[in-house]
Design a protein around this ligand. Structure first.
Ligand SMILES: [Fe+2]
Length: 479
């Protein structure tokens, strides 16, 4: 196979930051060329193929270099301009060149077809999982290692979401995946993902995320060997930056820190055996091709995959008192039709300063009309003394009580309240949804990863009621 474009070095917004702020370091092996700016209207041609984009029009009678023009629509044609998503791809062969799809199954995948009783169960209990085991090297490619944990709705009605964990240990060789069901946000936790897409290449290391829009073909290689992580899939809409309200024009995830690939393609004069894996209606299908689908020589538009370094997040927090709601740490949101209510929010808990005066600083005890799935990329989460480890997960569903465990409560209730760093070396995150998610039976039982004693971690929270402690003095608490 002949590769006809070569990546060059580009350090997007990272280079100037790491000196003064230890949380800002350039991701390793960031060697591909990227374009920056969330949701921009991009235009890119593979090196050496200048002029591949038609001038002034999208579909000339004959495209430059004899390419095919093809539109990829990410929204209805008639969506309002601010929500309209499409890209034009100029490619060696159109994407329709493949054999009919056949149903496929992979023993290593545990994908839920429908979030119904046969495959899933509702449970109001607090749930926590230990990390999934990494598969033996060379055994499981990315497309075959999805394990659905929980979800609601489904692709048929383009409503709802799914939470998956993935494990993988083999490169996708002459194989591409495409997800017709929704947009996916991938959080690698262990090992990097080297991703080919129709739009170019993305190198995504742990502490970065990548978003692959519905319908974009991609293939994952594993430069660090076996890998593990999380996938948030939304069947409706797409991920957007949250509104900032009184915060103003800047802060949280800044648009320029989202980077998109530049055009890159591969082609060969001889037919090759290539497999296209299509996730359609939460089932896997395969079709054969005699060429690589990564044959887009140039593209323009606003519908493309992108990645983001979580270390670029500009966290906001209190400088007076009380613990803000975790929505202050929202990176991306997939909105529902109700203002302010998300199908899914992606929220992180990055390294930062805690300065709250007279404040119980960890997350408060609460019950929530939303569902909260949490994961941990690295380090130790500040609200849990033990048991929540990197690669694991937890689910606190609608109105399921949760909060800091007993040791964390004791420590935070008695700690001196000087300004302190929290979460250094740590990156916890949350997939939060307004929907009630049922849990796959695989995750509940067959995975054998549910921590059965999770509920006991709160049982040491005893009464501190004391008529003589009206002022709430920590010295009078008896642990
Ligand atoms: Fe919570």
């Amino acid at each position: 196979m002949t590769t006809t474009s070569t990546p060059t070095t580009f350090a997007p917004a990272f280079a100037a930051h790491s000196k003064d702020n230890p949380t800002r370091t350039a991701p390793p092996k960031c060697t591909y060329t990227y374009q920056s700016g969330f949701g921009n209207e991009f235009a890119t041609e593979a090196p050496g193929w200048e002029g591949a984009l038609p001038v002034k029009q999208n579909t000339p009678q004959v495209c430059p270099y004899g390419l095919y023009a093809e539109q990829l629509s990410g929204s209805a044609f008639t969506a309002p301009r601010g929500h309209n998503l499409r890209s034009w791809l100029y490619r060696v062969r159109p994407s329709v060149c493949h054999t009919p799809f056949q149903r496929a199954s992979y023993d290593s995948a545990h994908m839920v077809r429908q979030f119904a009783d046969t495959e899933c169960e509702p449970t109001p209990n607090q749930l926590r999982w230990s990390p999934l085991d990494l598969p033996e090297a060379g055994k499981v490619p990315f497309h075959a290692g999805w394990h659905t944990i929980c979800g609601a709705g489904g692709p048929e009605t383009k409503s709802g979401l799914a939470v998956h964990m993935f494990t993988a240990s083999a490169d996708m060789v002459n194989t591409a995946m495409v997800n017709a069901d929704g947009e996916i946000l991938i959080v690698p936790q262990h090992g990097a993902l080297d991703i080919k897409t129709e739009f170019g290449k993305l190198y995504v290391a742990p502490n970065e995320i990548v978003v692959i829009p519905r319908g974009v073909r991609f293939a994952v290689s594993l430069p660090d060997g076996p890998t593990r992580g999380y996938i948030l899939e939304v069947y409706t809409g797409r991920f957007e930056l949250p509104d900032l309200g009184p915060i103003g024009a800047n802060g949280l995830a800044n648009p320029r820190d989202f980077v998109y690939p530049t055009a890159w393609f591969e082609t060969s004069e001889q037919p090759i055996e290539f497999t296209l894996v299509n996730k359609y209606a939460n089932l896997l299908w395969t079709a054969k091709m005699d060429h690589s689908p990564f044959n887009v020589v140039a593209w323009h538009g606003n519908y493309a995959p992108y990645k983001y370094d979580l270390a670029a997040f500009n966290a906001m927090n209190t400088v007076t008192f009380d613990h803000p709601d975790p929505s202050i740490f929202t990176v991306l949101t997939c909105k529902s039709n109700t203002p302010g209510v998300a199908i899914a929010d992606f929220v992180i808990f990055p390294p930062r300063w805690a300065t709250g005066e007279g404040t119980f600083r960890p997350p408060y005890f609460h019950r929530n009309t939303m569902s909260e799935f949490m994961g941990l990329i690295k380090g130790a989460y500040e609200a849990k003394a033990e048991g929540f480890v990197p690669g694991g997960g937890s689910l606190h569903s609608i109105m399921t009580p949760h909060g800091p465990d007993a040791p964390t409560f004791q420590k935070a209730s008695t700690a001196p309240l000087t300004p302190v760093r929290v979460a250094d070396g740590t990156m916890a995150f949350m997939f939060e949804s307004s929907l009630l998610m049922t849990v796959s039976k695989w995750a509940l039982v067959e995975s054998n990863k549910v921590q059965q004693d999770y509920w006991t971690h709160w049982q040491g929270l005893k009464s501190h009621l004391n008529k003589d402690n009206k002022e709430g003095k920590k010295e009078l608490l008896k642990f």
